[in-house]
Design a protein around this ligand. Structure first.
Ligand code: PGA
Length: 253
């Protein structure tokens, strides 16, 4: 039996509202067809303003919708923020948190990310937690030190959370130096990281349905090799997901 992968298209702020709607309208039938492949789970993460119309368009289809971030607060006077509760009402099944771009732009701490994680769990949205090291940390051999810091809050507290059995928890390894750069870590490095992630997540709780993802300069040329990494359950795709033909090649490769 062929392995099933999740493909998460993170559009970031690359397209404006019209362009996002145009993408889904012009590729609607293809996206539905692609999402029905037995080896594929397809998730689109447009910007906040497009979540409502796009989730309406794909209601009751197998194309899932995810958000690119959420607030660490539940509700209240937090100008400019979006709650996990609102995302759940929009039928978002996934939410990316801790992306290196949001960690940097909004000075997010690991505690903030844990709060977001907790809020998403409470609203039955699968968190996609991004973790990764800078190039200088990579060069200095500090990868596991950084990943430990970014994950410890979640791993230490996860067994106290009430996580619905049907909810998968996604951890996406995204070396910061591989995001949008065309550079990628070697398969050997990725295999080492994913076996480390596998053992640490299992140790934190073997009852949870963990899924390990990779993100960073994925394209239709390098995806075949990535799919061979045994512990990988899917991919977070930025730039290459903005072109439907390229996205289709990545999924079908
Ligand atoms: P990229 O982005 O595919 O453009 O490198 C990946 C990500 O940031 O999730």
């Amino acid at each position: 039996m062929k392995k099933k992968f999740i493909f998460v298209a993170n559009w970031k702020m690359n397209l404006n509202f019209d362009q996002e709607l145009n993408f889904v309208t012009s590729n609607y039938d293809n996206l539905i067809k692609l999402s029905k492949t037995s080896t594929t789970n397809l998730v689109l993460c447009p910007s906040f303003v497009s979540l409502f119309p796009i989730s309406q368009m794909f209601k009751e289809s197998s194309v899932y919708i995810g958000a690119q971030n959420c607030s660490n607060h539940l509700s209240g006077p937090f100008t400019g923020q979006i709650s996990a509760e609102s995302l759940a009402l929009l039928n978002c099944k996934y939410c990316i948190i801790g992306h290196s771009e949001t960690r940097k732009e909004f000075s997010e701490s690991n505690q903030d990310i844990f709060q977001k994680f907790n809020n998403l769990i409470d609203h039955k949205i699968s968190p996609i937690v991004c973790i990764g090291e800078s190039f200088s940390d990579f060069q200095q051999g500090k990868v596991f030190e950084i990943l430990t810091k970014k994950l410890e809050e979640i791993l230490n507290k996860i067994s106290d959370l009430n996580i619905s059995e049907s909810l998968s928890i996604y951890i996406s390894y995204e070396p910061i130096w591989a995001i949008g750069t065309g550079q990628r870590a070697t398969k050997d490095h990725l295999e080492t990281v994913f076996s480390w992630l596998y053992s640490h997540t299992q140790k934190a709780s073997s009852l949870i349905n963990w899924k390990l993802l990779y993100g960073g300069s994925i394209d239709s040329k390098n995806i075949a090799e990535l799919k061979k990494i045994e512990l990988l359950g899917g991919f977070l795709i930025g730039g290459a997901s903005l072109n439907y033909q390229e996205l289709e090649k990545i999924v079908n490769s």
